[in-house]
Design a protein around this ligand. Structure first.
Ligand code: ASP
Ligand code: MG
Length: 422
């Protein structure tokens, strides 16, 4: 019997009515001859609600002891939704049992609020499946070596589902969500965006890391590492739609590059408004500046993304990089205090009104001129490029935030993404 993992996001689990719909859909899959493991998120808004309560009691606390309690707290959201789903399945006449992460167990490291899964013991789940039960496993959580409850970071239920699918060698992991698949770009920004029927795992990885919020990036890494067949599809189709039709809907994440050979050079346009730019001006151009600027930044646990250093003039240069917007003020302060005086640089300036726009496609490996088409398109729209970074399958530019929509739409058209795929 094929083993299938379903994952349902918070919106899909958002009310008793919706949970009943999920139960009916899962029952349909089980009755069609599949062993079913289901990984739900907390009901929508629940994780935020719980975390806000903690904030109310201790607005600015951070410590391992506090983070431990956050995990203890947040994990209850998935425990509740999982039990409710098992109850709904039982009401549909299915035998069903739910397990919290620690009961499976899903073992993780001890980094509270962003733990990593280390191993999953599938014996208990397998025994239940073999006894004909639908098994519900809480998303988002696990247990560390000392027996403390951990959570996997926001959006972590995707990763739970893929990890369970990998551990159990499931035939497919279906991620049910409130959109009907992975799009060429965000339809709210470019109305011509369309759903991709397939996307390669590497493209998905880039898109997830570049700001497309469909999947938690770690889930994609997991799928790649263990070659878990994975599909993103809508939970808002009627639950009783034909199962064969449903099984082919959404977007399949593929591992076969050959399948993509005939397809577009660029598969999607990703963007990110969460970054801010920092420039250190008038830096004496000597060996080691990158290290002397970015070393202290890394030591403060601040992640740096795009970096550029300008050509030097009269022995001085400008050095710019981007960080997450939340780290913007902290980075500037740190540079002013610790780096500027020692380096003999003139000043540090920041700009939070930027965005990063990226084109992604494995076809870029075998085609030349893709980046230049991007640059030409932006220049025709009068958009100034502030920074550029590239990898084998993507090119990103940092531009003024006010041009985001214009840039995304123009690129979407320039790379033929407006046209329906044949
Ligand atoms: N409930 C958790 C969150 O909101 C995990 C998830 O939904 O994937 O982040
Ligand atoms: Mg999610």
């Amino acid at each position: 019997m094929p083993l299938i993992v379903h994952k349902y996001g918070g919106t899909s689990m958002g009310s008793p009515e919706r949970i009943r719909n999920v139960a009916k859909r899962v029952a349909k899959w089980a009755r069609a001859g599949h062993q079913m493991v289901v990984v739900p998120s907390a009901m929508s808004g629940e994780t935020n609600r719980l975390l806000a309560l903690a904030k109310e009691l201790a607005p600015s606390r951070t410590s391992p002891a506090y983070n431990r309690e956050l995990d203890m707290l947040a994990a209850t959201g998935e425990q509740a939704s999982s039990a409710l789903l098992a109850i709904a399945l039982q009401a549909e006449g299915m035998e069903s049992v739910s397990y919290a992460g620690w009961q499976v167990p899903i073992r993780t490291d001890s980094s509270y609020t962003k733990a990593r899964i280390e191993s999953i013991d599938d014996q208990r789940v397998r025994a239940d499946l073999n006894a004909g039960k639908v098994v519900i496993v809480t998303g988002f959580q696990g247990i560390d070596e000392q027996g403390h409850i951990t959570t996997l970071g926001r959006g972590g239920s995707d990763t739970s589902a893929v990890a369970v699918a990998a551990a159990m060698k499931a035939d497919e992991c279906l991620i049910y969500t409130d959109v009907d698949g992975v799009y060429t770009t965000d339809p709210r920004v470019a109305p011509a965006a369309r759903r991709l029927t397939t996307v390669s795992f590497e493209e998905m990885l880039e898109m997830a890391s570049l700001g497309s919020k469909v999947l938690q990036i770690r889930s994609v890494e997991f799928a790649g590492k263990y070659k878990v067949p994975m599909r993103v599809l809508s939970s808002f189709t009627p639950w009783d739609i034909d199962i064969h039709e449903e099984a082919k809907s959404g977007t399949l994440i593929t591992f076969e590059e050959d399948e993509k050979m005939e397809q577009a050079v660029v598969s999607g346009i990703a963007f990110n408004r969460d970054e801010a730019k920092i420039s250190v001006l008038g830096v004496p151009d000597t060996p080691g500046i990158a290290y002397r600027i970015l070393g202290p930044v890394a030591d403060a646990n601040i992640e740096v993304d795009v970096i550029i250093q300008n050509l030097s003039k009269d022995g001085k240069t400008d050095f710019s990089f981007t960080v997450h917007r939340n780290d913007h003020a902290r980075t500037i302060e740190l540079l002013k205090d610790k780096v500027l005086p020692a380096l003999g640089a003139q000043e540090v300036v920041g700009d939070a009104k930027i965005c990063k726009v990226s084109i992604v496609g494995i076809g870029m490996r075998s085609h030349v001129g893709v980046a230049s088409t991007m640059f030409r398109t932006l220049s025709e729209e009068g958009i100034n490029i502030q920074m550029i970074s590239t990898s084998e399958i993507k090119t990103s530019v940092v531009i003024d935030e006010k041009y985001l929509e214009l840039a995304v739409r123009a690129l979407h058209t320039a790379f033929d993404l407006d046209k329906p795929a044949e």
